[in-house]
Design a protein around this ligand. Structure first.
Ligand code: GAP
Length: 516
């Protein structure tokens, strides 16, 4: 784990050094848990958004996208339940004065037990080799069974305490499990209190309660309140989806781990409206579709796992997370929720307007049920960065830092490098750069020896380096160097665009997604 924390530190400093992510307002010593995306970070972020938007909207004729305002009528948040129920249970350690989410302390304790089970399984695999049957081992090994029982019992107590809003029971569970503060090492805990996560501000110059508005804590409500607008203007038929990418704000008390948990972040959400009673089928459908979408990026299938929610949010009848193996361990990357008809019904009630769909096949009107997919853009950014950051030892004993970012997401798809700064090579290189820049973001670089330039491109994840030398002027060929294998190949300039497309085009990654 310590090694992984070091990796996170390396990623944070690499991100800053190369212009991916800067601490926000750094000249004033920064603002906690707030970050700015730099010149390469915004390219990578835009590419992640494009992958999501193309796959979700462009490739589904029954899904359309919107861009709703961040500010919404304050009654929206009363109706959605966020004013009353969007709380975190917090607990303070009296010795370190540090504040924690009580449920997260318990979940981290459960994770430690899970790791013990995993260790036992790994030992078993080593002992039994090819004959090892993981399921049978888990069902019979006494240590695994004991720990699995422990987890089940803790989860049951936590669920019951949280469902009943019994904060004393949450505290008792922390005490019974002998959870200590990671800073002070003590068990000297305060009571558990609920804390609302919404940021509020005031509209215009009028003071008082009536003018209080909120920064949206999720983009989803902008979709719900526009359900009928989109359905009618787009002549949408159920089942259909509305997608959106946008900022959300939460006053996270324990905001940490770089861009993993921020107070201002971006979500990519899609609400899929279905017939009542069909939501579980669509819930399973979207779980599978979203898993495929993630795995298609090639960050390593072993880095994903599903986690079913123990405590369902106030609007859900089923919910799970797709977790990713971040440097800090497996954590939530995306949430998939079956939100029932809760939100639309609440908005009907609070607004007095009907939010129903007339289903011509059933010849009746109903409030649709909703299955939601919600992925954190910043978390996906961290997943891409952390899984692609590698410190490689090369054959000649030198080292290189390389970002093996999926080619289609890389800030620059190619770097155009004249071997030397004279003899007409820069002019030829500029010609190539100009021809490519309509389709691809490419960088021109003529400074320093070619080896150093390759290293710079490795460090920012450019999949292809194109070198222009004297032979180029004679026979119109160039050398292309692959970021991951470092293999160089001489090809004709006519083939260049096709070569880049094979690696880094939207068509390539979306065709792969369609095939899987
Ligand atoms: N509309 C449903 C919803 O908002 P959520 O599980 O609370 O569900 C969805 O959030 C996703 O948003 C999470 O899976 C996570 O990726 C991202 N997210 C939530 N809080 C975040 C935070 N403080 N910082 C960064 N990303 C966050």
């Amino acid at each position: 784990m310590e090694q992984n924390q070091d990796k996170l530190k390396d990623i944070i400093s690499h991100s800053k050094e190369y212009g991916f992510i800067f601490p926000s307002s750094e000249i004033y010593d920064g603002l906690a848990a707030t970050y700015d995306y730099g010149q390469l970070g915004s390219e990578l972020k835009n590419n992640i958004k494009t992958y999501w938007w193309k796959a979700m909207v462009q490739m589904h004729e029954n899904i359309v996208g919107i861009d709703a305002a961040i500010f919404m009528h304050p009654t929206t948040w009363k109706a959605s339940g966020h004013v009353d129920a969007f709380n975190d249970p917090l607990i303070d350690n009296k010795d370190s004065k540090k504040r924690y989410r009580a449920d997260v302390l318990i979940e981290e304790h459960i994770e430690k037990i899970r790791q013990k089970i995993q260790k036992e399984v790994d030992k078993g695999r080593n002992r039994f080799g090819a004959e090892f049957d993981e399921n049978q081992f888990k069902a019979t090994n006494p240590n695994v069974l004991r720990n699995a029982e422990k987890i089940a019992s803790i989860e049951e107590r936590m669920k019951s305490a949280l469902d009943n809003n019994d904060l004393e029971a949450v505290r008792n569970l922390i005490l019974d499990l002998e959870i200590v503060c990671p800073i002070s090492g003590s068990k000297n805990w305060t009571e558990v209190r609920q804390f609302n996560l919404m940021f509020s501000t005031e509209l215009g110059s009028v003071a008082g309660d009536a003018a209080t508005i909120y920064l949206r804590p999720e983009t989803a409500q902008g979709i719900f309140v526009n359900f009928l607008n989109v359905q009618k203007s787009g002549r949408m038929k159920i089942p259909f989806g509305i997608a959106q990418i946008g900022k959300a704000f939460r006053n996270e008390i324990v905001a940490r781990q770089f861009i993993f948990r921020m107070r201002e972040f971006e979500q990519m959400e899609m609400q899929f409206f279905v017939r009542p009673g069909e939501e579980m089928r669509w819930y399973e459908y979207w779980k599978e579709a979203r898993e495929k979408w993630h795995k298609n990026l090639g960050l390593g299938n072993h880095n994903y796992r599903f986690h079913d929610h123990i405590k369902l949010a106030h609007y859900a009848n089923a919910a799970c997370d797709i977790e990713f193996n971040f440097p800090m361990g497996f954590k939530e990357l995306e949430g998939i929720h079956s939100r029932t008809d809760f939100d639309l019904k609440q908005h009907e009630q609070f607004s007095g307007k009907k939010l129903q769909f007339f289903d011509p096949e059933m010849n009746e009107s109903y409030v649709p049920y909703v299955v939601e997919t919600s992925v954190g853009l910043d978390r996906l950014f961290l997943a891409v960065l952390s899984s692609s950051y590698q410190n490689e030892k090369l054959e000649d004993d030198s080292e290189r830092i390389v970002l093996k970012i999926p080619a289609v997401l890389a800030p620059y798809k190619a770097a155009v490098l004249p071997l030397i700064k004279k003899d007409g090579l820069p002019e030829k290189a500029r010609e190539i750069q100009k021809a490519l820049q309509f389709e691809y973001n490419v960088q021109y670089d003529e400074k320093d020896a070619i080896g150093r330039r390759y290293r710079r491109q490795d460090a920012i994840g450019t999949p292809i380096c194109i070198t222009i030398d004297h032979q180029t002027l004679e026979d119109n060929t160039i050398t292309i160097r692959d970021r991951d294998t470092m293999i160089q190949e001489r090809i004709s300039i006519d083939k260049l665009e096709q070569k880049i497309a094979e690696k880094a085009s939207w068509k390539k990654i979306l065709t792969d997604l369609d095939k899987n």
